[in-house]
Design a protein around this ligand. Structure first.
Ligand code: SF4
Length: 468
């Protein structure tokens, strides 16, 4: 596999490489990548894997090969302090802050000494505190070159450092967000690289669909309202009733969520339109956004941050209008709700042409690797999803004989995962399996809540040590 990847890098090929668990695929791509002497970008599935690659695997291979390649790890912009937004938050004396005052005080103090502005350096402020959205930026609210902190901006500095590295480690979300933004005409976030390697590449079709979609979420509207209030504090348009009108929009967004019912769901746009009261609530929300647009149009001349809020409102108005039109057969319109919010999506039915054009039709090699890409030995489905019909491919099987050494058991009749009896039913089944296999059981959960619940149920119910 390493030799094949070496050849693909030398010949600037697109290669799909499936290798079973336990074959050492990370080494199989890192060794030729480091030896190539080219600028390489490795994209992993999650931030956790990104850290593991950067802190463990890459230094190990670099030491073993004794190559002087420089490395960088780039995180998304929400991981870096935004100096401008911190200033805004500090200026806000309105008394309404959706987080404890002490959180902001800790961050203000840290901001005076930090060199990299990486929010992971801060201790004492909970990860879920709402203060983070007030002191970090998004693509929507960053005002870019108009910002007075542009030259010493932590996000920009991290990007510049990344551009100079020989090996850059990112995650799929960051990479695809950059690719999607470039298409909308923003500056290039990630450096121009000669080799792109996607690890956990089976996630690429879904993640790319997400970033090639457009949408409107309750979170975006509430963030816009909050940012408009903060921008007004900083730039003072002085327009009468500014605050009241922004509050009104916030209320309309919440009412729209309520009109969608209390349950957490996903569905097609037509299902949503059939929900009684939804179209009226959506119409009111559209009117609220239109009024916000007019308000901000007058305020925008006062300063860059108010102007940024005006532009964001225009985008939301346009997207909501487009969602109401059912004429584009190449997109599917759908919605999802959580306990506290909604999101409307317009997702392309196929991302193949766009992905190929933006990622693969450059003068570079692109390697897709994962343990699960082929279906019955064929990559056709994966190739069609990403427009990679003419890509080269190869399969390197793992050393495990699953057919003879493993049993797959899918119990019937379990309650739905959201059901309150679900974990208890899983534990009941697991208890039997633990006895049959005489311990030696590994249980994997999708949430800490379920993990802790199952652990306390199993405590004392089996004769084997329980490690949590
Ligand atoms: S350039 Fe953007 S991210 Fe950087 S400080 Fe300014 S607003 Fe914040």
């Amino acid at each position: 596999m390493a030799s094949r990847i070496e050849q693909a890098i030398a010949d600037k090929e697109i290669l799909i490489a499936e290798s079973g668990t336990g074959t050492g695929k990370t080494l199989a791509y890192l060794v030729p990548a480091l030896l190539s002497g080219k600028k390489v970008l490795v994209s992993t599935g999650t931030r956790h894997l990104q850290d593991q690659l950067y802190k463990q695997d890459l230094p190990l291979v670099r030491r073993a090969l004794e190559v002087p390649a420089s490395m960088a790890l780039l995180k998304g912009r929400s991981n870096y302090l935004c100096r401008l937004r911190l200033e805004q938050a500090e200026l806000d004396q309105s008394g309404y802050r959706p987080y404890p005052h002490v959180d902001l005080a800790v961050i203000s103090k840290w901001s005076l000494i930090t060199l990299h502005g990486d929010v992971a350096e801060v201790s004492g402020v909970p990860e879920q505190s709402r203060v983070w959205s007030d002191v970090t930026s998004t693509v929507d609210n960053c005002i870019g070159t108009k910002c007075r902190h542009y030259d010493d901006c932590f996000v920009n500095t991290a990007r510049k450092d990344a551009m100079e590295a020989d090996i850059l480690v990112v995650n799929h979300h960051l990479f695809l967000a950059d690719v999607a933004l470039k298409e909308e005409g923003y500056g290039q976030l990630l450096p121009k690289v000669e080799v792109v390697i996607f690890d956990e590449a089976h996630q690429i079709p879904d993640t790319a669909s997400m970033y090639f979609s457009t949408g409107v979420s309750q979170r975006q509207i509430l963030d816009l309202c909050r940012d408009a209030q903060l921008a007004e504090v900083a730039e003072k348009s002085g327009i009468a009733g500014f605050e009241i009108r922004v509050d009104e929009l916030e209320k309309l967004a919440k009412e729209c969520r309520l009109a969608m019912g209390t349950s957490v769901s996903k569905g097609s746009w037509s299902q949503l339109e059939a929900v009684s009261g939804f179209t009226d609530a959506l119409e009111s929300l559209k009117q609220g956004l239109q009024q916000m647009l007019e308000l901000l149009k007058s305020a925008a001349v006062t300063g860059d941050q108010l102007e940024n809020c005006y532009e964001r409102t225009q985008v939301l108005v346009d997207r909501l209008a487009a969602l109401g039109i059912d004429s584009n057969e190449e997109f599917i319109r759908w919605y999802e709700t959580s306990k506290t919010g909604f999101r409307f999506h317009s997702t392309p039915l196929s991302i193949a042409d766009k992905f190929r054009e933006l990622v693969c039709e450059q003068d570079r090699s692109v390697i897709f690797t994962s343990a699960t890409l082929a279906v019955s030995g064929s990559f056709t489905h994966y190739q069609q999803q990403l427009g990679l019909e003419d890509a080269c491919s190869g399969i390197w099987p793992g050393p495990f004989n699953y057919a003879e050494q493993a049993l797959f058991y899918l119990p019937e009749g379990l309650p739905e995962p959201g059901d309150s009896d679900h974990t208890a039913s899983v534990v009941e089944l697991a208890e039997k399996l633990i006895k049959i296999s005489r311990g030696r059981v590994f249980m994997l959960f999708t949430s800490y809540r379920a993990l802790n619940e199952a652990a306390s149920m199993l405590e004392g119910r089996c004769d084997y040590p329980l490690l949590v």
